[in-house]
Design a protein around this ligand. Structure first.
Ligand code: HEC
Ligand code: HEC
Ligand code: HEC
Ligand code: HEC
Ligand code: HEC
Length: 281
């Protein structure tokens, strides 16, 4: 029994040695390439970029413009065509908003008008994530699939990459003359008030624009002499038939009684835009 085992063991050792001896003699295949971890591609794939975490919350909330512009330079670089494909010269065309007294310069793109034109830089401090709060590149409707944005997600609306009611309406709604006690639309009655909002707003709702995306001091300065600057964002460039339900920030000497229309209004601006220095109630 013992001898049989020793013989088997010896045979195994000889066999392994023989195989090793043969293997050592086999040259590697000419086309053999040893495995190595692939180097990261210099440029990420389109899908990787489209699904960049920066398109989603929470990363988009903290993103700065430079991070977005690293991939989306076209947003600021592109200019409108000198002439349309049908041959119409842009400089001869007029959109209605180009007639507003504050409109300066040639026609320009939507993004540039909000981020880099002189008026935009003077009055505003908009950033990519002021308007873009994240959207779903695959499914542009909330709640459409188990893994798409939740129904309650109001960061964007159906097939838009923004939420117009919370973004655009703030500066492109109607002038709510009814609740201001004016006899009619601003354009018809502005002369009575010296074409100046300060006639009333020197004392009413004086705590305003204290948000990160507006330059409050510059706005007040520009509104001193004429209403055009103020009206521009409060009816003069209205894309909507409604007005924005602004927060009703308490101001000094504010009457204690809350008017009926203001009963459901918040008393401070959206939290994400409050200035850090401001004391929160
Ligand atoms: C790594 C590159 C990259 C970064 C960084 C990036 N994006 Fe994008 N983004 C893309 C790609 C690629 C797409 C898909 C474009 C398409 O399908 O037309 C896209 C799509 C979008 C779209 C939708 C365009 C459409 O027509 O559907 C918006 C809006 C957008 N990005 C905004 C942003 C914002 C805001 C930021 C910064 C917070 C940002 N992106 C950062 C690459 C990037
Ligand atoms: C004033 C609000 C606003 C700001 C600020 C803004 N965007 Fe947009 N952006 C929009 C709207 C509205 C669209 C069009 C969405 C749609 O088609 O549904 C858009 C579209 C886009 C698209 C799709 C391609 C295109 O040009 O239509 C990209 C990419 C984009 N934005 C990136 C950016 C980046 C990057 C920034 C910051 C540098 C930025 N946006 C700032 C509102 C804004
Ligand atoms: C914080 C205020 C503010 C917000 C928010 C805002 N806008 Fe504007 N918008 C302006 C101002 C100010 C101008 C005029 C800029 C100028 O004359 O240079 C303007 C101009 C425009 C123009 C004319 C640009 C051109 O082609 O000449 C369009 C269109 C427009 N806005 C649409 C929108 C849309 C859509 C949104 C929401 C995604 C939006 N705006 C959000 C203040 C705002
Ligand atoms: C006749 C006086 C008067 C004039 C002139 C006037 N307003 Fe008002 N405004 C009011 C009153 C009153 C309120 C409501 C105050 C309150 O909250 O109780 C108001 C409210 C507002 C609101 C907040 C609306 C809301 O829904 O919360 C805005 C924005 C506003 N005014 C902008 C302007 C601008 C811009 C001008 C000039 C183009 C102007 N107003 C001219 C009296 C006036
Ligand atoms: C660049 C666009 C812009 C201009 C110019 C502008 N506003 Fe506003 N205004 C806004 C926005 C946006 C809000 C809402 C701010 C917030 O988020 O609380 C607002 C809010 C207000 C409110 C409500 C404030 C509150 O919290 O109770 C009043 C009143 C007002 N503006 C009057 C004026 C007057 C008067 C001027 C001219 C001196 C003026 N606006 C110029 C964009 C503008």
């Amino acid at each position: 029994m013992k001898q049989a085992f020793a013989a088997a063991a010896l045979a195994a050792v000889v066999a392994i040695g023989f195989i090793a001896w043969i293997a050592a003699d086999i040259p590697p295949r000419a086309e053999f390439v040893p495995y190595a971890e692939p180097a990261a591609p210099a440029e990420r794939s389109y899908l990787q970029a489209a699904y960049s975490p920066l398109h989603f919350r929470p990363a988009i909330e903290a993103a700065d413009d430079a991070q977005c512009l690293a991939c989306h330079r076209e947003v600021l670089d592109d200019k409108v065509r000198v002439d349309s494909p049908a041959g119409r010269k842009a400089e001869l065309m007029r959109a209605w908003y180009q007639q507003t007294p504050t409109y300066a310069g040639e026609q320009d793109t939507f993004h540039r008008r909000h981020l880099v034109t002189p008026l935009a830089k003077q009055l505003m401090n908009l950033r990519c994530n002021t308007c873009h709060e994240g959207h779903d590149p695959r499914e542009e409707a909330q709640g459409a699939a188990a893994d798409s944005a939740q129904q309650a997600d109001a960061g964007f609306t159906l097939r838009k990459q923004v939420n117009p009611e919370t973004a655009c309406l703030k500066c492109h709604g109607q002038f709510p003359w009814q609740l201001m006690g004016l006899p009619g639309p601003w354009d018809e009655h502005k002369a009575v008030f010296g074409n100046n909002c300060q006639t009333c707003h020197g004392a009413i709702r004086t705590k305003r624009h204290e948000v990160t995306y507006l330059n409050a001091a510059a706005i007040e300065e520009a509104g001193k002499t004429a209403a055009d600057t103020c009206y521009g964002c409060h009816g003069g460039r209205a894309w909507y038939r409604i007005s924005y339900p602004y927060a009703r920030t308490p101001w000094p000497d504010m009457p204690a009684e809350v008017p009926e229309w203001a009963k459901n209004r918040p008393v401070q601006s959206e939290a994400r835009f409050l200035k850090q220095t401001e004391s929160k109630p």
